[in-house]
Design a protein around this ligand. Structure first.
Ligand SMILES: [Zn+2]
Length: 252
């Protein structure tokens, strides 16, 4: 069974119990796909049985610090433990250009025998193919955020299930399209306003898309009443709603 493992669940302000939002998709065959890197993820991945050579792909949804700040230490630690396999990295041009600048800033060309990082630039268009492997078929849609950002639709080949991720976004038709009939929609709930969505808006998207289950992520933590978010989403979505927490595992 393929798994979605939540590695972080907070919006941009994290706390001791919630790292910034990122997760990994672990397939049955050939892939472990990390989506964003809002912590130093290697030890967390190890806790879930994903070793440094098992990680195959890294998707960066956008170049805001809470989504990419862990990338340099991920790359350095993969190198230090002796990785030789290439790592496939995907994102929009806006993000990949800055990712390349980050590699330059850390002078990875001075790291002896640094493994190959293969950059895949995605067109900023709806329903763009991102990855097709024995485990997953992944497509991307532009979202409405402050900078170019993507959301994802993942077909899991072993189960036939569809997992969708909103990315950071206001509610727009692209998100309904990427979540159409999804078995699980992971949707941000940072709050209503420019560039983001509330839990109630996430529920509306889930309803309009015909999603079967909704999990909220990228929500305010600290003193915020996170459980109230689930009740809020239930006002607009009749299906099961969960609050995704760090280290939660979903079968997909
Ligand atoms: Zn953002």
């Amino acid at each position: 069974m393929a798994r979605l493992i939540i590695l972080g669940s907070a919006a941009a302000l994290s706390d001791a119990a919630h790292d910034n939002t990122h997760f990994v998709l672990q397939g049955d065959h050939d892939r472990a796909v990390l989506v964003d890197c809002g912590s130093n993820p290697l030890s967390k991945l190890a806790q879930h049985g994903i070793g440094p050579d098992s990680l195959t792909d890294l998707i960066l949804t956008h170049f805001h610090p809470d989504h990419v700040y862990g990338v340099p230490i991920l790359l350095m630690q993969l190198w230090l433990v002796g990785r030789r396999k290439p790592l496939e990295v995907y994102g929009l041009h806006h993000c990949m250009q800055r990712f390349e600048h980050m590699l330059d800033a850390f002078m990875v060309n001075t790291w002896p025998n640094f493994f190959e990082v293969r950059i895949h630039r995605l067109a900023e268009q709806p329903d763009v193919p991102l990855l097709d492997s024995d485990d997953f078929r992944i497509r991307a849609w532009p979202t409405k955020h402050f900078i170019p950002t993507i959301g994802l639709r993942v077909e899991v080949k072993s189960s036939g299930q569809v997992f969708s991720y909103s990315g950071d976004t206001e509610p727009i038709p692209h998100i309904i399209a990427l979540a159409r009939d999804a078995d699980l929609l992971l949707h941000e709930a940072a709050g209503e306003g420019a560039g983001h969505s509330s839990a109630a808006q996430a529920g509306e998207v889930a309803t309009l898309a015909g999603a079967r289950r909704l999990a909220l992520v990228h929500y305010p933590v600290g003193d915020a009443d996170t459980e109230a978010l689930v009740a809020e989403a239930r006002t607009t979505f009749a299906g099961p709603v969960a609050l995704a927490k760090d280290h939660d595992v979903y079968a997909i």
